[in-house]
Design a protein around this ligand. Structure first.
Ligand code: FPP
Length: 226
């Protein structure tokens, strides 16, 4: 099973809790993610988890101070993941999609290290979308095809040009923070995905909610299978 999560609402959480500056909410988001990941690693399903950590749109529109804060959090988070022994014991392969070349060099170095150190893992697959945009992903694929002089494009062989070529299609998208849209997340891979939108902000999301969302997904699948 492949679950994608759009982690939205960090700044609204900060506003609610009167944290200042508003982007302090991202720190609370990081904490929520760590707790969730620790639980997810021990769960049988979903085998594939893809997280929208930072969109290309975020990159273009957030202040340089906020970006600095988020990139520093990501760097710290990825370094911590490398020290977490369950990542190795339970063979979690960690990968990244998006235009990570936009990240500061020191974050890129950590990203490269994470990819390298987990590349032979085969049991669970954790993917971070960073400076990611689904339209850009599709356009990049088209350009690769144009320069490769390959054979005719089909729905099936198009997939191997996407950033997500090694991932199965998405079964379920969960978006926190109350907005009801995909915001360019995994556009190709979500064409048959079930969508769940939650009012809770990302820092409020937890493993109990993830389990509820998976149960809801299974109920929907059973209804549509008949
Ligand atoms: C959306 O909330 C969230 C982001 C733009 C950043 C998400 C980053 C993290 C959760 C940190 C990740 C940490 C690790 C370890 C990978 P928003 O700012 O759009 O909130 P709003 O909708 O309330 O304004």
């Amino acid at each position: 099973m492949h679950v994608g999560i759009i982690m939205d609402g960090n700044r609204r959480y900060a506003k609610m809790k009167k944290l200042f500056p508003r982007f302090r909410g991202h720190l609370e988001g990081k904490k929520a993610l760590e707790t969730l990941l620790k639980a997810w690693i021990k769960m049988k399903e979903p085998k594939y988890l893809t997280l929208y950590a930072f969109s290309l749109y975020n990159f273009k529109n957030r202040s340089s101070l906020e970006k600095k804060f988020i990139f520093a959090l990501l760097k710290k988070g990825f370094m911590e993941l490398l020290k977490y022994e369950d990542v190795f014991k339970r063979e979690v392969r960690i990968n990244f999609i998006g235009d990570t070349t936009k990240c500061p060099k020191s974050l890129l170095n950590v990203i490269d290290e994470v990819i390298e150190k987990t590349k032979n893992h085969k049991k669970k697959f954790l993917t971070f979308a960073i400076c990611y945009d689904g339209q850009q992903e599709i356009v990049d694929a088209v350009n690769e095809i144009l320069t490769s002089k390959g054979k005719k494009v089909t729905v099936n062989n198009f997939k191997k040009y996407l950033y997500t070529r090694e991932l199965p299609p998405v079964d379920l998208i969960v978006r926190t923070g109350g907005e009801k849209r995909l915001s360019g997340f995994l556009l190709w891979d979500t064409s048959y995905a079930e969508l769940i939108f939650r009012e809770e902000t990302w820092p409020e999301y937890n493993v109990t909610m993830l389990k509820q969302d998976i149960s809801e997904f299974r109920r929907r699948k059973r209804r549509f299978g008949k």
